[in-house]
Design a protein around this ligand. Structure first.
Ligand SMILES: Cc1cc2nc3c(=O)[nH]c(=O)nc-3n(C[C@H](O)[C@H](O)[C@H](O)COP(=O)(O)O)c2cc1C
Length: 212
């Protein structure tokens, strides 16, 4: 492993401030669609979200983006997980996407809120039975005695609940990130990358070009 020898050059695209248009969320959707249309990108909706817990300690992990709204992003999780507990204390959240084949990164900052229960219920009902069962039996982020014990719990739950309609546990649902900042990064030659930061302030978007 010679990590110092990795020297990828970025030269596929460029990004100008005027490309963003009036609404950076529309521009994000445009980039997202381009990521979806790029066959090498297997999960364009995988995003890294970062939270800060009650001890001011940051954590990052990947979740799947499930909905893009006019000024927000939605993902689903266990509200009692580490991220859920961190968000209860500190609503600030950062979400980032890296789409290597396009040499693009997007960094979004905002505040997180639980979505209405009926919307979490609707999405829960649309999931396969096995995923619903897993969401019910897994106390996400809690210590377990062994993987086998988890499998046993899962199988016994499935046996008992075959052919029944499962209800969403109250601690599982959607989180909506209300976006107040979004940065678009486009890799360029010689590490002179394009960065455009858009900040939502006083009901409108302000754009800045940032030094790479
Ligand atoms: C590709 C990928 C997709 C994932 N999607 C989700 C998701 O949508 N929701 C979720 O809660 N965890 C998801 N995870 C698991 C999280 O990364 C993480 O392990 C879990 O949410 C527990 O995080 P926490 O202990 O920090 O709360 C995903 C992991 C990967 C690698």
């Amino acid at each position: 492993m010679k990590l110092f020898d990795y020297r990828k050059s970025y030269d596929k695209n460029e990004l100008k401030i005027q490309d963003i248009g009036n609404n950076p969320i529309d521009f994000f959707i445009k980039w997202f669609k381009e990521a979806e249309d790029t066959s090498e990108i297997i999960e364009p909706n995988a995003m890294t979200i970062s939270t800060v817990d009650k001890n001011n300690s940051p954590s990052s992990r990947v979740v799947l983006l499930k909905q893009i709204k006019s000024r927000s992003l939605i993902f689903f999780t266990n509200y009692n997980s580490n991220k859920g507990k961190a968000l209860d204390k500190n609503k600030n959240i950062c979400a980032s996407f890296y789409w290597p084949p396009l040499e693009r990164q997007v960094i979004i900052k905002g505040v997180a809120n639980k979505i209405p229960e009926v919307e979490s219920q609707n999405y829960f009902s649309s999931r396969p039975f096995e995923s619903q069962a897993a969401a019910i039996i897994s106390n996400q982020s809690e210590k377990i005695s062994s993987y086998e014990s988890l499998l046993k719990k899962y199988k016994s739950f499935i046996d008992k609940n075959k052919n029944t309609k499962l209800n969403r546990p109250k601690n599982w649902g959607g989180i909506e990130i209300i976006i107040n900042q979004i940065e678009f990064w486009q890799g360029r030659r010689n590490r002179l990358h394009n960065r455009i930061q858009c900040v939502f302030d006083n009901d409108s978007w302000e754009y800045k070009i940032l030094s790479p």
